[in-house]
Design a protein around this ligand. Structure first.
Ligand SMILES: [Fe+2]
Length: 257
């Protein structure tokens, strides 16, 4: 088994992270375990240390992916939501109007967050049927925690970039409820896609740009947009044509797909 597959198994929260936390909440079998009450500020401090270690290249992107997902799985969604000091009415209005809203969080908007965090923080609000359309990232690690609602979360490994298309392999397609989390890196589950199901959904996101020494995809960062409803190939692989944010939103955002 390749290291990435072995790590993928761990990413499914099948017990990895004993050194950090036990009783993970992100998989049904893990949620059956006794909850671990770790204060939010302690989890965020640990995530900050983890992100600083990544920036110093003391661990790689997949290590961060595993550990950040484990940490987020230890966050009680109600506690994190209660720690957000936001204009909730404004966020709700924006979501209602546009179907979705994306909000960068200042450290002061999240009680318990270090004052100069080494990880970026965002909220994504999605009306029913609205989507964070399929995309991959360059030289970035990122983790999500569902705070509210249910989303369909799809992930794909990104195997090869061609000029017109990207070769991908589906890895996860499941429903995420509050408390469930996922993470991506350049090597594992690089392409993700979230669609809100039957109620407005709220997702908390953290991300870190890889330091130059760890960058696998040239020296640039940013998203790459692609359409996973591409050409089906042998072995379950997909040749996903490159696309644009506007085209993908026209096809998927608000459609429930
Ligand atoms: Fe993303």
């Amino acid at each position: 088994m390749s290291p990435s597959l072995s790590r993928r198994t761990a990413l499914r929260c099948a017990g990895w992270g004993a050194g950090l936390l036990t009783g993970l909440r992100c998989a049904p079998d893990a949620r059956a375990g006794a909850p671990v009450a770790v204060p939010l500020h302690a989890l965020l401090a640990e995530l900050d240390e983890l992100s600083a270690a990544l920036q110093r290249a003391e661990l790689d992107g997949v290590d961060w992916q595993l550990r950040a997902q484990t940490l987020l799985c230890g966050v009680a969604p109600d506690e994190l939501r209660a720690a957000l000091e936001l204009d909730w009415a404004s966020l709700a209005a924006r979501t209602q109007t546009a179907g979705r809203a994306e909000l960068r969080l200042e450290p002061g908007e999240l009680r318990g967050c270090p004052s100069t965090p080494r990880f970026r923080r965002k909220l994504f609000a999605l009306g029913p049927g609205h989507a964070i359309v399929p995309h991959g990232h360059r030289n970035l690690v990122s983790a999500f925690l569902v705070l509210d609602g249910r989303v369909r979360g799809r992930h794909f490994d990104r195997l090869r970039d061609d000029p017109e298309a990207i070769l991908i392999r589906p890895t996860q397609d499941r429903s995420f409820a509050p408390g469930d989390c996922a993470a991506i890196s350049d090597r594992v589950d690089n392409v993700h896609w979230f669609t809100a199901l039957d109620a407005p959904a709220l997702l908390f996101n953290v991300s870190v740009t890889l330091p130059p020494r760890l960058q696998l995809r040239g020296s640039s960062t940013g998203r790459v947009y692609l359409d996973p409803e591409g050409e089906a190939l042998e072995g379950g692989l997909i040749r996903a044509p490159r696309s644009t944010l506007s085209d993908l939103r026209a096809k998927y955002d608000g459609s429930g797909r």
